[in-house]
Every structure is written in C-alpha cells, then in structure tokens.
Design a protein around this ligand. Sequence first.
Ligand code: NDP
Length: 250
Amino acid sequence: MSEMLQDMVAIVTGGSRGIGREICLTLAEAGADIVINFIDDEDEAKDLVREINELGRKAVLVEGSVAEAATAQTLVETAIENFGRVDILVNNAGITRDNLMLRLKEEDWDAVLNTNLKGIYLCSKAVLKTMMKQHFGRIINIASVVGLTGNAGQANYAAAKAGVIGLTKSLAREVASRQVLVNAVAPGYIETKMTENLPQAIKDDLMQRIPLNRLGKPKDVANVVAFLASPAASYITGQTIVVDGGMVMQ
Ligand code: NDP
C-alpha cells in the first residue's frame, strides 16, 4: 500500500476516532495529506494530526457536523486553501440511536438520517465541482451490512445505510464520465466505541455467525478504503464492498 496515494489530498469525515481514525492513518501511510473532520473530541483529533505529521504527511482539522452544509463547504475550502486540490472524500461520520420502531423517537430518526445520509449528500455535493473539474476523484462511503440485511432495533440506521448504498450507485452513474469513482464499504462488526457497549450475548451470537471467527478491526476497513482510493481500483465504481469476515454472503 505504501506510497500508492503519493501527494493526494483526502477529506475524512468523523476522522477523530474508530474506523475514521484508522482510515486517516492508512491514507497518510500511503502518501496522502488529510483534512480531518470531527465534532466533539478536539484532543483526540489533535493527537491524530501529530501522528500523521510523524508519518511525514500534513493534516488539518475541521470541527463541525456533517449534517450542516456549512461544514461540508468548509471542508472543501480548507483542502483547497492548504493543499490546492481534493482527490479523495471518505464519508465515514456516523452515529447510532437504536430502538425498536414502537419506541423510536422522531428526534433519533432525524439525528441518524441527518448524520449518516444527509451528511453524505452534503459533503459529496460540496466536493463534486472540484473533482469534476480535475477529471479525477474518489468518493468512498462507509455504509454497513445492516443496510443490506436490516436489523431489529436499527430501522433508522438501516434505512440510512441502505440509502447510502442507493446514493452511491446513483452518483457513480452521474459522474463516471469525469473519472470520479464512487463506491461504498459495508463493514460488519468492527471493534470501536460504537460497538463496545453491545451486550456480551449479542457479541457471542455475532461471533457464531462470522466464518472468519473474529471480530473486525478498524484496519480491516481502512485497507479496503485505501485500495478503493488507489490507482489499482480505477475500474471499480458503484460497488459496495462488504468487509465482515464472511458474515453476510450474497
Ligand atoms: P465511532 O463512534 O467510533 O466514531 C464516529 C466518528 O464520527 C467520530 O469521529 C465522531 O466524532 C464522528 N461523528 C459523529 N457524528 C458526527 C457528525 N454529525 N459530524 C461529523 N462527525 C461526526 O464510530 P465507528 O468508527 O465505529 O464508525 C465509523 C463509521 O463506520 C460509521 O459510519 C458507522 O456507521 C460505520 N460502521 C461501523 C461499524 C462498527 O461495527 N463499528 C459497522 C458498520 C458500519 P467525535 O469523536 O468528535 O464525536
């Protein structure tokens, strides 16, 4: 993977921890400079900037919610001001607000749809003009296997993630002629803060359903994102790559 993305410029949303953090580090190891978006934890985000600098790459921070159009705009302006271009957008920011439908509050429906789906619309729209002018761009959306299978207690999350897959295919068709490639990665169970509080019984049940017999790590997802961003993936668009240890096979 080393140097496959030499001097490319990437924006990673929700990059301060978990999968997003590992994506930032993996893209930087491959030679990219990074604009990192986060919403709450500035200390964690600053640590990540230091780690990226130690890898010999540059990184800048943009605080704000991807559900706000102003954040999307600032992300692109920051990339252009600091690095002069945007080659890669990784739409990674995501949240859960789980509940069975009968108890699911409207505000939890809205929060999940706004961050996980509208955020991708806003950020993708904001980078498109630049990428289309460049005749080069890679947009990589982090979906979930739940968007393919559904999951009791996650109607909001599953609807958003299924929406991400539909958005990915539609946008891929719109911008392919400009060499802007749009793909999704659908992780299964990955060990991060998002999943750390799942009850042990659910974790045990998941393990039974994973043929590779282990939970996923952020690096498992980050490696696929780096591949999709690289020249090696230049004939792939509109796809959803499942990274789940074989749990969901279609
Ligand atoms: P984490 O909860 O560990 O990290 C989420 C990141 O998103 C944080 O950096 C957080 O910022 C940021 N974030 C949350 N809301 C917003 C917002 N409105 N605007 C900008 N940033 C925001 O999650 P994961 O790393 O586990 O998940 C990353 C992605 O992968 C998500 O899209 C998730 O749905 C998806 N995914 C995860 C799976 C898993 O098993 N973990 C499985 C399938 C998909 P801050 O730290 O500042 O709060």
